[in-house]
Structures are given as structure tokens and as C-alpha cells.
Design a protein around this ligand. Structure first.
Ligand code: ADP
Length: 237
């Protein structure tokens, strides 16, 4: 099994100037040396109380931010040393982002939303590929609908199709069901399970232990450290 994510001794410190005077600045140690490895096909939830470093870890995993020190290999490629163009390229090609608020463009159809990452890739629009992933998330009947014509769960499905369209190395979901009712939440978790069953690696940040039960492995952060990492018996939907 090949490693998708290899993070070693990741630290992230934020330097805050305490005030305008020349007093010592305050250093916030958001991550204090995290090792995290994930293989292809894993389904991992990232848990931890507020302020434990989940967002900081997400940002580094998603190549939106670089660590202060430590190394991060994504799909065998060292990301920490890449320049900003390469960094953006890795982000677009290797990572499928899914957000709590869906982040769809309201004036474009489901199909056009899904095509967008192909456009950023400077490739021709590829309707066939976009249709294929919309079909995979069960929305082939809704391709021409605008986001406002879709339920929250359907909008999140479109966002998941958009995340899948470039066939990324992993899906990175940040509280993906935070805006959904319990029925739609289960629908979306079932979809993640289906995609993961087909081999897609999924990393999901959540603060809800019941949702983590639908994944296969739970890592927990506390005060910037990874304090537990356990394989769990996955609850199936
Ligand atoms: P979580 O997502 O688990 O709530 P975060 O990663 O947002 O945790 O934050 C971890 C720590 O880093 C917290 O103490 C937070 O206040 C601090 N922090 C996060 N982002 C910044 C920033 N941009 N500047 C300074 N401190 C930050």
C-alpha cells in the first residue's frame, strides 16, 4: 500500500506582535511536532477540542500553509520546499477540498461547478469527466440545476463531485456535514463510505464523535500534539 501522506515532526508557530512597542512578540505553538502517515484507501477523522490545532493541520495537509519546521510528503512529493506555483499546482491536482458551507458558485449549474477545477488546470472543459463524477455521487439527474434549486445534501454532493473531478490523491473534508440535518448527514457519510470503498482516501475533520464512527481511523489532537491514533471498527451505512 502506498503512502499518500507522510508528515514528520510538523511544527507550526504563529508569531504575534503583542503590541506596537518593541516588547517581545508572543509565539503561539499551534502544532508542536506532529507525525501523521496515511496510506491509500484510508478513511481518517481528525478530532480534538477547539484550539487543539485541527485547522492548522488541515491548512498544512491541504497545502494552503507551510509548517514552520518538519517535512510533508504528499504522494511521494516533498511539499514543504515547493515554491508558490508548485504549491498551487499540488493543491489543485492532488487535493479535493470539501467545506462545511459547500462553496458552490450560485450562478452556475451543478455541471459547471464540477467542471471548474478542470478549468483551473488549464485544460479544456471536459463535460464527460464532470458528468461521470456527478453520476458517481448520484446526481446525474440534477446536472443543469443551480445550487439554489438543490437541497443542502445535494449541494454537498455537487461539492464532492467537484472535489473528485481531478482524481485527487485524497479528499480533505472540513466538517462536511456541519450545515446539514441528520438525514442528509447520514447520506453524505454513506457517500464518503462508498467512495472510500472504491479506494479513495478520505481525511475528515469533525468535532462529532458519532460521525467519526463512520470512518476507519481516528486521530486526536490536543494542544498541538497528536495524542491518540486508533483504528476503529467502522459503523456502516
Ligand atoms: P482548532 O481548529 O482545533 O480549533 P486551530 O488550528 O485553529 O485549532 O488553532 C490552534 C492554536 O493556534 C490556537 O491556540 C489558535 O488560537 C492559534 N492560531 C490559529 N491560527 C492562528 C493565527 N493565524 N495566528 C495566531 N494564532 C493562531
Amino acid at each position: 500500500m502506498s503512502a499518500v501522506i507522510e508528515m514528520r515532526a510538523i511544527k507550526r508557530e504563529y508569531c504575534m506582535d503583542s503590541n506596537k512597542k518593541k516588547t517581545a512578540s508572543v509565539i503561539v505553538r499551534a502544532l508542536r511536532g506532529v507525525d501523521f502517515f496515511a496510506n491509500e484507501g484510508e478513511f481518517v477523522s481528525v478530532m480534538g477540542p477547539s484550539g487543539s490545532g485541527k485547522s492548522t493541520l488541515m491548512n498544512i495537509l491541504g497545502c494552503l500553509d507551510k509548517p514552520t519546521s518538519g517535512t510533508y510528503f504528499l504522494d511521494g512529493e516533498e511539499t514543504s520546499k515547493s515554491d508558490s506555483n508548485t504549491f498551487a499546482y499540488i493543491r489543485n491536482r492532488k487535493i479535493g477540498f470539501i467545506f462545511q458551507s459547500f462553496n458552490l458558485l450560485s450562478r452556475t449549474t451543478a455541471l459547471e461547478n464540477v467542471e471548474l477545477p478542470l478549468f483551473y488546470r488549464r485544460e479544456k472543459f471536459n463535460k464527460e469527466r464532470a458528468k461521470e463524477v456527478l453520476d458517481e455521487v448520484g446526481l446525474s439527474q440534477r446536472m443543469d440545476h443551480y445550487p439554489s434549486q438543490l437541497s443542502g445534501g445535494q449541494q454537498q454532493r455537487v461539492a464532492i463531485a467537484r472535489a473528485m473531478v481531478n482524481d485527487p490523491a485524497f479528499l480533505l473534508a472540513d466538517e462536511p456535514t456541519g450545515n446539514l440535518d441528520s438525514e442528509m448527514t447520514l447520506e453524505i457519510m454513506a457517500l464518503f463510505q462508498q467512495l472510500n470503498d472504491k479506494g479513495k482516501t478520505v481525511i475528515m475533520v469533525t468535532h462529532e464523535p458519532e460521525l467519526a464512527e463512520y470512518t476507519k481511523r481516528i486521530i486526536t489532537l490536543r494542544d498541538g500534539l497528536l495524542v491518540s491514533d486508533e483504528q476503529v471498527k467502522q459503523r456502516r451505512l
